[in-house]
Design a protein around this ligand. Structure first.
Ligand code: MN3
Length: 200
């Protein structure tokens, strides 16, 4: 196996009641795992066997002939990043440099939450909502299916999976309630801050 499924950063029950163990058991144990399994099948015996995920994502983005490889590599990366974007003691307010940058580029943490919610709800069909930094500016974007900011010269700071499998068991069709719960109770601001520091 070239690409191992990274362990979850917390137990499956840790995000309850906002994100159930049942959802995590399917989302991590079936969906995320299956992307990793497919990726290993696709890279076996190719030049990509020794590549990093990031190298595969950047080198195959936009290449129609490599779509399967891009989709599975990006989905492995996106999900690992999504799990790390949440924590059992999450939510609340960012502090320090991150808080200053949010204030500078969005006006306030509430305005950032509104922008991220809007971009998550506007994503028609399956995809991801992201907080990214591009050319020194924080912004919210959404991507379709497996697409991700690495493929567009942006650095990801946090993400919310808005594929239906991410929230349907807990929130049914209420994507907006799911996004609100992540932002209020689960977002890992320390992780966001470390990504911003690494991108600067
Ligand atoms: Mn997912």
């Amino acid at each position: 196996m070239s690409f191992e499924l990274p362990p979850l950063p917390y137990p499956e029950t840790a995000l309850e009641p906002h994100y159930s163990a049942k959802t995590i058991s399917f989302h991590y144990g079936k969906h995320h795992k299956s992307y990793a399994t497919k990726l290993n099948t696709l890279v076996a015996g190719t030049e990509h066997e020794t590549s990093t995920l990031e190298e595969i994502i950047r080198s195959t983005a936009g290449d129609e002939s490599q779509k399967g490889l891009f989709n599975n590599a990006a989905q492995v990366w996106n999900h690992t990043f999504f799990w790390r974007s949440m924590t059992p003691e999450g939510g609340g307010r960012p502090s320090g440099e991150l808080a200053q940058r949010i204030e500078q580029d969005f006006g306030s943490t509430d305005s950032l939450a509104k922008a991220l919610t809007a971009t998550a709800v506007q994503r028609f069909g399956s995809g991801w909502a992201w907080l990214v930094v591009e050319d020194g500016t924080l912004k919210t974007v959404n991507t379709l299916n497996a697409d991700n900011p690495l493929a567009h010269g942006q650095s990801a700071l946090m993400t919310i999976d808005v594929w239906e499998h991410a929230y349907y068991l807990d929130y049914q069709n209420r994507r907006v309630d799911y996004v609100a719960a992540v932002l209020e109770h689960l977002v890992n601001w320390d992780f966001v801050a470390s990504n911003l520091a690494a991108a600067s």
